[in-house]
Structure formats: structure tokens, C-alpha cells
Design a protein around this ligand. Structure first.
Ligand SMILES: [Zn+2]
Ligand SMILES: [Zn+2]
Length: 352
């Protein structure tokens, strides 16, 4: 098998080859059909997240082992199953839920693998799908895609379930406007799922006019330039009674986006942070109780949410998000384009 791996943090991925593994125990071997390129791949390749104030969260300290095959948005065809892998057949096309926990802690036993303290996520802490083949440790992490196209289904594994998990945290989804900060791949997915979930209306915020246009075309009720000096006032004017937003989903997660998002809340509002751009936010404490504000983090999604998302897509159709396919061998170029902010929607790699 061939795979593109992080060998040294901060350097381009390297093409390596090794014998294709035989699945053992409950493992399932997939031939990769489609692997989405996610913004967090850039951070994983760099080896750290920016914690703000010059501090870094080093991923090797957190258990990331090199060399590592990136790629956590994967669809593959089952080509071999271990002797204990039940309920999965060779030839099936499946989405791999990459958010895999230890399997034994209380969070994992509830199906909240995304809250496990020792995650083994595919493409983050174990080898992912920027490869011709990949191993998935258990069939419970596989979801049949039926006749969905592999390249359109692949982004559901991260961009899909991450935005679905965030939208599920919005109590006012169906009754009030929701503000979505960021109109990149994640933002357009969030907007599309918001509609499929019966969302009231969406105001999308982005600093890039091309991305605002894409959001407008994709059905955003309003768009706001997040870089405008009065961005907060504009958002507040467009949401509940001109008094602010009941819910802001921040898919960027920078110091600037957090400032705009948090400051746009109405009394009782909720700021949900998803993006991992990095930075920090200073907030005054008294307004949190006095205005009953919530700051909530949302990390990918649980197994239940992945299952619900697949059911939603089956019932309401695939989210209409721009997807471009590129050969796996172009992975380093694609990551460069993503880093330069040149990607609208999602790029999905297809092994030749
Ligand atoms: Zn991702
Ligand atoms: Zn666990």
C-alpha cells in the first residue's frame, strides 16, 4: 500500500510504501475511495495548535506518533475483514467514523467517543486515509453509504458531523436566526445541514467576499463582513429584535472571530466554538451570570450524532456543498492551497 505521511512536523507529507496489512481481530481493511482534506490536517502536519499568547499545544506531547498517515474524512470499500469483525461484508462502501476512543471509559461506553480522554482518532492518532488502504479497528465505526457518491459522502465524517454536533447544541435552531462564523468548507456544510435540520434562518460571517458570495448562493439569509469595524453591530441588527444572537457557531476560532461572535450575543445567548484556528479571548465575568451567557466548546461528534447525521442525509438528501476531487498524489499541493485560503468548499482526494 502507498500512503502520504507526516514524517517531520512542518514539512511536506512524504510518500511511503509498506505491505498492505491483514486485518486482525475486529479490524476491517478498506480500499480508500475518497479522503477529504480538512483544515485541521494543516495543524496536525504542523504538529501543534496555537493556544494564544505565544503558547502552543504540541501534538507529539499529546500522543501523536510519527510517521502518521493523515486523512480523517474517509470512504472506502471493504476489502478484508478480521475473524471477529461481525456485520460487515466485503464489497460494501462505507464511511469510517474517525472519532474513535479507547472503548472502555465511561464516555466511550455511552458512545461519546469524542469526549474520551485517550482518543485514537483515525488520521490524528492512528493512520488515516491519505493512502490506498486503511485499517478501521471495529465495524461499529463503519456506516454504509449505499448509493451516495464516495467523494460527496467523505466530508460527512468530519465537516459533516462536526457542524451537526454544533447545530445540535443550538436550542433555538428552529425559532431564531443562527449566526455561523466562517464560510469555508465547514461553514457551507453547516449552512446546508442547518437547512436540512429545519433551521429558522442563518446569518453567515466571513472576512472573504468570495466566501460570503458562496454562502449567499447557498442560502444564507444575510452575510456580514467579519472584518468590518462594526461587524458586531451589523450582526446584532440582523438577529433577534436587533438585540443580538441567541446562538453563534464559530467555525473559525480565532481571537478576532471569538471577539465578534461573543460580543454579538443577546441576553441568554450561546457562543459555540468549533474552529481551531487558535488564539485567545478575554471576557469580563459579571456579564456571564448577569446576561446568562453560555460559552460552549463542540468537538467533532459522537457515534450517536454520526448515526443521526447518516439518517438525516438518507431522509433529506446530501448537503449541497461544493466538492472538488484531486488525485491523492497532489495532496501537498492541495494542503498548500487550503493554507493560502484558496479553497471554496471541500477538496477530496481520490487514490489513483
Ligand atoms: Zn477535520
Ligand atoms: Zn474512552
Amino acid at each position: 500500500m502507498r500512503m502520504f505521511q507526516v514524517c517531520v512536523c512542518g514539512q511536506p507529507l512524504r510518500l511511503n510504501e509498506q505491505p498492505t496489512p491483514e486485518p486482525k481481530g475486529t479490524e476491517v481493511l478498506l480500499k480508500v475511495l475518497a479522503a477529504g482534506v480538512c483544515h485541521s490536517d494543516l495543524h496536525i502536519a504542523d504538529g501543534y495548535f496555537d493556544m494564544g499568547g505565544g503558547k502552543k499545544l504540541n501534538l507529539e506531547d499529546r500522543g501523536m506518533k510519527l510517521p502518521l498517515t493523515l486523512g480523517h474524512e474517509n470512504v472506502g470499500e471493504v476489502v478484508a475483514v478480521g475473524p471477529d469483525a461481525k456485520g460487515v461484508k466485503v464489497g460494501r462502501r462505507v464511511l469510517a467514523d474517525p472519532w474513535i476512543g479507547c472503548g472502555t471509559c465511561p464516555a466511550c461506553l455511552r458512545g461519546d467517543d469524542n469526549l474520551c480522554r485517550t482518543m485514537k482518532s483515525l488520521g490524528v492518532f492512528s493512520n488515516g486515509g491519505y493512502a490506498t488502504h486503511m485499517l478501521v479497528p471495529h465495524p461499529k465505526y463503519l456506516f454504509d453509504i449505499g448509493d451516495l457518491s464516495p467523494e460527496r459522502a467523505a466530508p460527512l465524517a468530519c465537516s459533516g458531523v462536526t457542524t451537526y454536533g454544533a447545530l445540535k447544541k443550538v436550542p433555538t435552531l428552529k425559532s431564531e436566526p443562527t449566526v455561523i462564523i466562517g464560510a469555508g468548507g465547514l461553514g457551507l456544510m453547516c449552512l446546508a445541514l442547518h437547512q436540512k435540520m429545519g433551521g429558522h434562518s442563518a446569518t453567515v460571517v466571513d472576512v472573504d467576499p468570495a466566501k460570503r458570495d458562496a454562502a449567499k448562493k447557498a442560502g444564507a439569509t444575510h452575510v456580514v463582513d467579519g472584518g468590518a469595524p462594526d461587524a458586531t453591530q451589523q450582526i446584532m441588527k440582523l438577529t433577534s429584535e436587533g438585540a443580538g444572537a441567541w446562538a453563534v457557531i464559530d467555525l473559525v476560532g480565532s481571537s478576532a472571530s471569538a471577539r465578534v461572535g461573543y460580543d454579538s450575543l443577546i441576553k441568554g445567548g450561546k457562543y459555540i466554538i468549533v474552529g481551531l484556528y487558535g488564539g485567545d479571548l478575554t471576557v469580563s465575568l459579571p456579564p456571564i451570570p448577569m446576561r446568562a451567557l453560555t460559552i460552549q466548546g463542540s468537538y467533532v461528534g459522537s457515534q450517536h450524532e454520526m448515526k443521526e447525521l447518516m439518517e438525516l442525509v438518507r431522509a433529506k438528501g446530501m448537503p449541497d456543498v461544493p466538492v472538488a476531487t484531486r488525485p491523492l498524489d497532489e495532496v501537498n499541493a492541495v494542503m498548500g492551497e487550503l493554507r493560502a485560503g484558496k479553497v471554496v468548499g471541500r477538496v477530496v482526494l481520490t487514490p489513483a
